[in-house]
Design a protein around this ligand. Structure first.
Ligand SMILES: Cc1ncc(C[n+]2csc(CCOP(=O)(O)OP(=O)(O)O)c2C)c(N)n1
Length: 552
């Protein structure tokens, strides 16, 4: 017999958990006590459950394994909700451990009590409240499996505080293997037949191909069948953007000419993507529910394939295995494939790149990003918070299919700094660059304290334009000159960084950019660079003057 909390830690260990991001709470004291003896599990103490959860999401994006976050009941659970939502939106495996009131208090509206099934039922893949310590092993194995199976996502384990102190003789259960089906050869035959009938195929590649095997299979299959490749939102890094086969990045507001060019396709292969509203430009390409061309949709979840979209061929198998199988076959090319490929590539390149300009109201943030792209080590890990500043990162980074870039497909602000801390912990030898706006920096930037505590050395680049710029852009477009609730009053971010113990630097003049970037990269420790960026240059794609119809 032993304490349930000790069994619980053994169960986590059996699943391969080696790091838990947490904010402590009295509701799961027994787990914290058991962790004190678990030297093989790194307990990372964070400053806000939102930050802790986002670190766990980023950790999962880096390792491909479930990220783990532990939080207290009520207030802790509500704070971590952003990460639960993001894991669901981004298809990231996440296991959330939540404290709960004692069993005899349950249902009485006790202090900090929440019904987590009711609260998170719509976004979690499962919520398991363990009232019998003997079932902890079963629940842990199921939660880990649920987090990874089909469309990966969040799985919640709820731990009544008194249960954790029970004695139990239950045994650890080994991980349940996650089934990843391979395509049948007859299915590949059918796909080859569609490819050979098409003159203008295009492949849309998504987040399920982020791992090394997925990227390699994507490159091989695209080459083998001469398939132009368009990349879904926040997955620009998985394919070489300099390849002649590159057909564009399907983020927000893709220029109409590019959508029009893609819409000429007579076959769409959507591989490893759920075809959400961002890459499909509001479900217009491909058109939902019935695309204007045959659709081959490959995703490992039967609840996705054939759901929003009617697919001509739908395969619920591993997308990388599919591309591997496809790459091993030949297909006859019909029509002027070279012309089709070159045409898409020309349109995609037309929007790539950005030339920074002198700005009267601050530094063009593109100049800073361009300098970092030129000076940073090629294997630097990049995290992007949500906001317009990231438009320059997407335009200017030399994405060649090898980079690690962590951003929120679900658009949650606040991933940047926590994501960078998580990346530093996994890859301490690599440079980690975090790009964030002044909005995002103040949402979760307090996790710089966590960075200091664990010896992480992120380089945090703040685009300080004094505005929730993305929303200001929407305002200027929809309600020109009517600025409402988007101006920001900021601290001195360099001094703020120094107050944590980081190196604090300020860029207020374009002439300083080269030297300050060099100093930030050379510093062996965390850095905050406060870039007094131009608000007129509100994104890489437009300016406030242009939005107001004033030219420039
Ligand atoms: C948690 C969260 N709250 C609100 C939003 C809506 N939102 C999207 S971008 C944005 C502004 C981002 O501002 P900032 O970080 O300063 O970057 P900028 O757009 O100015 O480059 C807001 C408020 C969001 N996506 N996530």
């Amino acid at each position: 017999m032993r304490r349930a909390a000790d069994l619980f830690i053994d169960c986590l260990r059996a699943q391969g958990a080696d790091r838990i991001f947490c904010v402590p709470g009295e509701s799961y004291l027994e787990v914290l006590d058991a962790l004190a003896d678990a030297s093989d599990i790194d307990t990372v103490v964070c400053r806000h459950e939102g930050g802790a959860g986002l670190m766990a999401v980023a950790d999962a994006k880096i390792t491909g394994r479930p990220g783990v976050v532990a939080v207290s009941r009520g207030p802790g659970a509500t704070n971590v909700s952003i990460a639960i939502h993001l894991a669901q939106q981004d298809a990231v495996p996440l296991v959330v451990l939540i404290g709960q009131v004692a069993r005899h208090e349950r249902g009485r509206g006790a202090f900090q009590e929440v019904d987590y099934t009711a609260m998170f039922g719509a976004i979690a893949k499962g919520v398991w409240e363990v009232t019998d310590a003997g079932r902890l092993p079963e629940v842990v194995a199921r939660a880990w499996h649920a987090a990874q199976a089909g469309t990966p996502g969040p799985a919640l384990i709820v731990l009544p505080e008194d249960m954790l102190g029970d004695q139990t003789d239950a045994m650890v259960i080994e991980p349940h293997p996650v089934v990843r089906a391979a395509p049948a050869s007859t299915e590949i035959d059918a796909v080859i037949a569609r490819l050979e009938a098409a003159e203008r195929p295009v492949l849309i590649a998504g987040g399920m191909l982020t791992g090394g095997a997925g990227r390699a299979a994507l490159a091989r299959a695209a080459e083998a069948h001469r398939l132009p490749v368009a990349l879904s939102f926040k997955h620009q890094e998985i394919f070489d953007n300099a390849s002649p086969l590159y057909a564009g990045y399907l983020g927000f507001k893709v220029p109409k000419a590019q959508v029009d060019a893609l819409a000429e396709a007579d076959l769409v292969l959507a591989i490893g993507t759920r075809l959400g509203d961002t890459p499909t430009q509001g479900y217009t390409f491909p058109l939902a529910p019935t695309p204007g061309q045959p659709l081959i949709h490959v995703y490992p979840d039967p609840l996705v394939v054939g759901s929003v979209y009617r697919s001509t061929i739908g395969l619920t198998c591993d997308p990388a295995a599919f591309l591997d199988a496809l790459a091993a076959r030949n297909s006859a090319v019909r029509g002027d494939r070279d012309g089709w490929i070159a045409g898409l590539n020309e349109v995609a390149r037309r929007w790539a790149g950005y030339r920074p300009e002198p700005r009267a109201d601050g530094v063009d943030f593109g100049a800073v990003v361009a300098e970092l792209a030129a000076q940073a080590p090629k294997d630097a890990i990049i995290t992007t918070d949500a906001g317009n500043f990231s438009s320059w990162v997407h335009c200017l980074w030399p994405w060649d299919g090898t980079h690690t870039c962590i951003g929120a497909v679900g658009g949650a602000m606040g991933l940047g700094v926590p994501g960078a801390v998580a990346a530093c912990l996994r890859e301490p030898e690599r440079t980690v660059l975090c790009f964030t706006g002044d909005g995002g920096a103040m949402m979760t930037g307090n996790e710089l304290a966590t960075a200091m505590a664990v010896g992480a050395k992120p380089k945090i680049i703040v685009s300080n334009n004094g505005s929730y710029g993305t929303i200001r852009l929407h305002q200027e477009r929809d309600h020109p000159r009517r600025i409402s609730a988007t101006d920001l009053t900021n601290p001195d971010f360099a001094a703020w960084g120094r107050s944590f113990g980081a190196l604090g630097l300020t860029v207020s003049d374009p002439d300083q950019v080269g030297d300050i970037v060099a100093e930030a990269l050379a510093h062996d420790g965390p850095v905050v660079v406060d870039v007094k960026s131009s608000l007129e240059a509100i994104s890489a794609y437009t300016t406030i003057s242009k939005l107001r119809g004033e030219g420039s």
